[in-house]
Design a protein around this ligand. Sequence first.
Ligand code: IPE
Ligand code: IPE
Ligand code: MG
Length: 233
Amino acid sequence: MERPAYLPNHVAIIMDGNGRWAKQRKLPRLSGHKAGIDNMRPVIKCLNSHQVKYVTLYAFSTENWGRPRAEVTGLFRILEERIDQEAFELHKEGVKILHFGRLEEVPSSLRQAIVRVVRLTENNTGMTLGFAFNYGGRREILDAVRRIIAEGISPQSLDEETFNRYLYTSGIPDVDLLIRTGGEFRISNFMMWQSAYSEFYFTDVLWPDFNEKEVERALLSYSQRQRRFGGLQ
Ligand code: IPE
Ligand code: IPE
Ligand code: MG
């Protein structure tokens, strides 16, 4: 495939379609989540090989708690079973893992595992991987506002740069390319502030099927966009 001419610095992905992938194969939904987790590392590796510096993956939203309890606990269990091994492999590649979201509501063993992999990779200098887990864009903004008020920041001194520092993604550049797999045309409460000027790429491909070729298709599409940021060229 043609090599994309210019590449995004930050790619964020709404990894949707695990359930439908399983249904197509007459498998239980949790098999879809398993396949979804297995697909994360190859996609990260591929983006890394294209020198993308920041990748954020949406793995569980604040609204996903509304699913049947068995699906939520099953998903958490699968993730807990895999997280250390997956993180160890990424650690070898120099990937630095960050968590975006609220850990407070996450069961303690999984919460500790997330903290552990963040710690394991904290001094790495390669790609930064944001793991959006129990993440909600509105909640992120509310949490930022609460801290800003609690710290007594004056209305006059509050600008976009300051506000950015109170988001979960503090220090991370805005999203350049936002990909959603699974055929829906919505952002489902993801990166609402950070995607203000993102380029969107929607595909029907279900997340477990979103392979290297599909990643390259998305990058190529991005490289053909003309970003204006409200200006004229
Ligand atoms: C995305 O896949 C993963 C999570 C939201 C946890 P889904 O589970 O939403 O898959 P579909 O949309 O039902 O196919
Ligand atoms: C968005 O997918 C959340 C994640 C991929 C983690 P959903 O499947 O939860 O989104 P909706 O419900 O279709 O909007
Ligand atoms: Mg879905």
